[in-house]
Design a protein around this ligand. Structure first.
Ligand code: ADP
Ligand code: MG
Length: 353
């Protein structure tokens, strides 16, 4: 109950925004459920802070996305982009739209950064704020990828501990926050809050087939519809244990790990081809490796070499994330304690010492 009062008071005293405050800038994205713009404020009253913002004009699922962002703001603020305010805008020509505002976190998503030939050194430069004058090599690349994986799992653990499954984890939905020099999760439009039953019914058409785990449904078919909120709140810890819906995101983050290790799998076509190969191997990474490694080119070999460092601890972590059965996949929290992260810890800067 105290939490409820606190949340209410916090909401009451936070700055609010309306359509006339907002000056549209460059369009950043256009999805089937809305558009995203970089925006600035018409006037810059100090209470609302300066700096650029991001606006999403959403039709469907806008209400869900506002709910998720409010919850993240209170429960695990560092996991996601800094959410400011959301409201229903009735005056637009297209009919009612939800307007959502975030702080502009930075120019680049992980997808942008992974497309560069410099990856992962371009990320090292962002995290450190400077370019290091050190020889490039597999070990250094591995440390950067370790740091990125640590940040992604930390953010995901925050969401999962809050009871939220993202369901659309992919490099395009991970933004590099220039302020905190860390990666943050964005785009909660497909997320499910299992503790209160918001967006409980899985919408398969929201799932991105490139990164989706093989199970089509987040919850098993035995729980096909949303119970009422109080019933869901009482049941959901049980359902969570039974169905482990968080492991859907773990599979997706495992595919990101794979793409970071294997430069040849970073573009869409090769990822789609990989998904086909893995399916043919019954989603068993070990047998995938057995089929591709004997005739692997230099890029694939480099990936295996990187994952085989330190006694193959990276490969071990990868194979514990990308598995057919959700219940056999590692959780975000357990993954953070995996020996893969031992040597360097999770301090972003630890690898320069
Ligand atoms: P969509 O539903 O179109 O996928 P997203 O929430 O993923 O909407 O946002 C689209 C794009 O806008 C992102 O890929 C990213 O480039 C940019 N973006 C979104 N939120 C932010 C933010 N807080 N700061 C900077 N860029 C952002
Ligand atoms: Mg997106």
């Amino acid at each position: 109950f105290d939490m409820f009062i606190l949340a209410f008071v916090e909401r009451l005293f936070r700055p609010t925004y309306k359509k006339d405050d907002i000056v549209l800038g460059k369009k950043l994205g256009e999805g089937s459920f809305g558009s995203v713009y970089r925006v600035s404020l018409a006037k810059k009253p100090s209470s609302k802070g300066g700096g650029d913002l991001v606006l999403k004009r959403a039709t469907e699922y806008g209400a869900v996305e506002i709910w998720m962002n409010e919850r993240v703001r209170r429960a695990c603020a560092n996991s996601c982009a800094d959410f400011l305010y959301g409201f229903l805008e009735n005056s637009s020509k297209k009919g009612a739209e939800y307007w959502l505002l975030w702080r502009f976190e930075g120019e680049a998503t992980l997808a942008d950064l992974m497309q560069s030939r410099e990856f992962p050194y371009n990320v090292e430069a962002l995290i450190l704020g400077e370019v290091q004058d050190l020889p490039k090599g597999l070990d250094r690349e591995n440390r950067i990828i370790q740091t990125i994986m640590g940040q992604l799992l930390f953010a995901l653990d925050g969401l999962h501990s809050t009871g939220i499954v993202h369901r659309d984890i992919k490099p395009q939905n991970i933004i590099f926050s220039e302020g905190s020099r860390t990666f943050k999760i964005i785009d909660l439009g497909a997320a499910a809050d299992l503790r209160v039953g918001i967006n409980y019914i899985p919408k398969e058409f929201l799932l991105d087939p490139r990164y989706a785990a093989p199970e089509q449904y987040i919850m098993s078919t035995q729980t096909p519809s949303a119970p009422s909120a109080p019933v869901a709140a009482a049941l959901s810890p049980v359902l969570w244990q039974l169905n482990l819906p968080d492991r859907f995101d773990i599979y997706s983050v495992g595919l990101i790990f794979l793409q970071m290790a294997f430069p040849g799998l970073r573009n869409d076509n090769s990822l789609i081809q990989f998904n086909r190969q893995l399916k043919r191997c019954d989603y068993d990474l070990v047998s995938w490796r057995q089929t591709v490694e004997p005739r692997a080119g230099p890029e694939l070999r480099k990936g295996f070499e990187l994952l085989d460092l330190d006694g193959g601890i990276g490969w071990e972590l990868l194979t514990s994330m990308v598995r057919f059965k959700a219940r056999r996949r590692i959780s975000a929290k357990t993954a953070l304690a995996h020996p893969y992260f031992d040597r360097e810890g999770l301090q972003a800067l630890s690898f320069i010492q």
